[in-house]
Design a protein around this ligand. Structure first.
Ligand code: IPM
Ligand code: MG
Length: 362
C-alpha cells in the first residue's frame, strides 16, 4: 500500500536551498523504492520571508506547517538581516515556529562515523565510538522567559534583560522524553544544569531526580554545564543521553557536533505532543559559502532520515538513507568540511548525485 505524506519544505536562507534540493531528490528516490509518496509544499521562513513579506514567520507558513505530516527545515539567517529589530530577525521566525508548534523536545544525535574518524579535530582514541544523544528543551528557558527586552533605567542607561525560567511541568515533560530516549539506548542519562548558582537549575535538578524513581532501569547522573562542556571534549565516551535546558543545549550540541568531525553532519528532530515535528540540521545557514556548491548536504539528508523515523514512522526508509550516507563516505566522497587526504572532494550537488547512485544500486 502506498503511504502518502504532506511535507512542508522550509529552505530558508544561505546554503538552505542547495542542501534542501539535494534532500528532496534523495527523498523522491527512496519514496519510489519503498512505495512512499510525498507531496512537497514549499513555504517562506527567515530572511527569505522577511524580504518577501516583511516578517520572518508569515502566518501562512505556520498554517501550512500545521496542516502537514512533517516539516523539513534547512537553515535561516544571514548578515543581511543581522541588524533588523529583534521581531524582524530570521531567528525570531525559527523560535516562533518551534513555539507555535509546541516543539518542546529537540533530539540532537552526535555519532562519530568510522569513516570520519580522521575528520575530527580531536584524537582518534578520544572520539572513536562516540554516540551521544542530546535532548535539548526547546520552547522554554532563557530563550522565552519573561520579562525580556531592552529597558531604560532611571539614569537613562540601557539595560538588557532575559529571564531563565522553567516550571515543574516544563521540566517534567522534557525529562520524560529524555528518560524514554535513554531507555531505548544504553540506559544512561546525564542531566546538565547550573544548580550551584541558579535557582531555575536547582528546580531542574530536583524534578529530574524525582522523575528518576519512575525509571529505575536508567542510571541518572548530574553535571554542571561548565564541567559538562569540559567532559565532552576530555572524555566524550562517558556520555550516552544528555538532557538539558534550551541555552545549555544550544551550546553543548555545537560542542558535541565537533566530536563528529563537522557540524555539517548533524541532524535534529524537534517534537511536541500533537503538531507535526520539524526536522532540521544543527548547523546554520553558512552565508559565507552560500550558492558556491560547497555546502555539506548530509546533515539535511540525515534530518530527512530522522523525519522518516520519528515523524512518519517509516524506519526502513530512514535506514535506507542512513546506509546511503555511510556508503558515500565509504567511497571517499567528501565536501570540504570533512575532507581528509586521499579522499575525493565534491560539491553539494556532487554528494547528492553520489547518494542517488548509491541508492539506485542498493
Ligand atoms: C540552533 C540555532 C538556533 C538556536 C538559532 C538559529 C536561533 O543555533 O538551532 O541551535 O539558538 O536555537
Ligand atoms: Mg545552535
Amino acid at each position: 500500500m502506498t503511504h502518502s505524506y504532506r511535507i512542508t519544505l522550509l529552505p530558508g536562507d544561505g546554503i538552505g536551498p542547495e542542501i534542501m534540493s539535494v534532500t528532496v531528490d534523495v527523498l523522491k528516490v527512496v519514496g519510489q523504492q519503498l512505495d512512499i509518496s510525498f507531496e512537497f509544499n514549499q513555504a517562506l521562513i527567515g530572511g527569505a520571508a522577511i524580504d518577501t513579506t516583511g516578517e520572518p514567520l508569515p502566518a501562512q507558513t505556520l498554517e501550512m506547517c500545521r496542516q502537514s505530516d512533517a516539516v523539513l527545515l534547512a537553515a535561516i539567517g544571514g548578515y543581511k538581516w543581522d541588524n533588523l529589530p529583534r521581531h524582524q530577525r530570521p531567528e525570531t521566525g525559527l523560535l516562533g515556529l518551534r513555539a507555535g508548534l509546541g516543539l518542546f523536545a529537540n533530539l540532537r544525535p552526535a555519532t562519530i562515523l568510522p569513516q570520519l574518524l580522521d575528520a575530527s579535530t580531536l584524537k582518534r582514541e578520544v572520539v572513536e565510538g562516540v554516540d551521544i544523544m542530546v535532548v535539548r528543551e526547546l520552547t522554554g528557558g532563557v530563550y522565552f522567559g519573561q520579562p525580556k527586552g531592552l529597558f531604560t533605567t532611571e539614569t537613562g542607561e540601557k539595560r538588557g534583560v532575559n529571564t531563565m525560567a522553567y516550571t515543574e511541568a516544563e521540566i517534567d515533560r522534557i525529562g520524560r522524553v529524555a528518560f524514554e530516549t535513554a531507555r531505548k539506548r544504553s540506559k544512561k542519562l546525564c542531566s546538565v544544569d547550573k544548580a550551584n548558582v541558579l535557582e531555575v537549575s536547582q528546580l531542574w535538578r530536583d524534578r529530574i531526580t524525582q522523575l528518576a524513581s519512575k525509571y529505575p532501569d536508567v542510571e541518572l547522573s548530574h553535571l554542571y554545564v561548565d564541567n559538562a562542556a569540559m567532559q565532552l571534549l576530555r572524555a566524550p565516551k562517558q556520555f550516552d543521553t544528555i538532557v538539558t535546558g534550551n541555552l545549555f543545549g544550544d551550546i553543548l550540541s555545537d560542542a558535541a557536533a565537533m566530536l563528529t568531525g563537522s557540524i555539517g553532519m548533524l541532524p535534529s528532530a524537534s517534537l511536541g505532543n500533537s503538531n507535526p515535528g520539524v526536522f532540521e540540521p544543527v548547523h546554520g545557514s553558512a552565508p559565507d559559502i552560500a550558492q558556491q556548491d560547497k555546502a555539506n548536504p548530509l546533515a539535511q539528508v540525515l534530518s530527512a532520515a530522522m523525519m522518516l523515523r520519528y515523524g512518519l514512522n517509516q524506519p526502513q526508509a530512514a535506514e535506507s538513507i542512513e546506509q546511503a550516507v555511510l556508503k558515500v563516505l565509504e567511497k571517499g566522497d567528501r565536501t570540504g568540511d570533512i575532507m581528509s587526504p586521499g579522499m575525493k572532494q565534491l560539491g553539494c550537488r556532487g554528494i547528492g548525485e553520489s547518494l542517488i547512485k548509491v541508492l539506485e544500486n542498493a
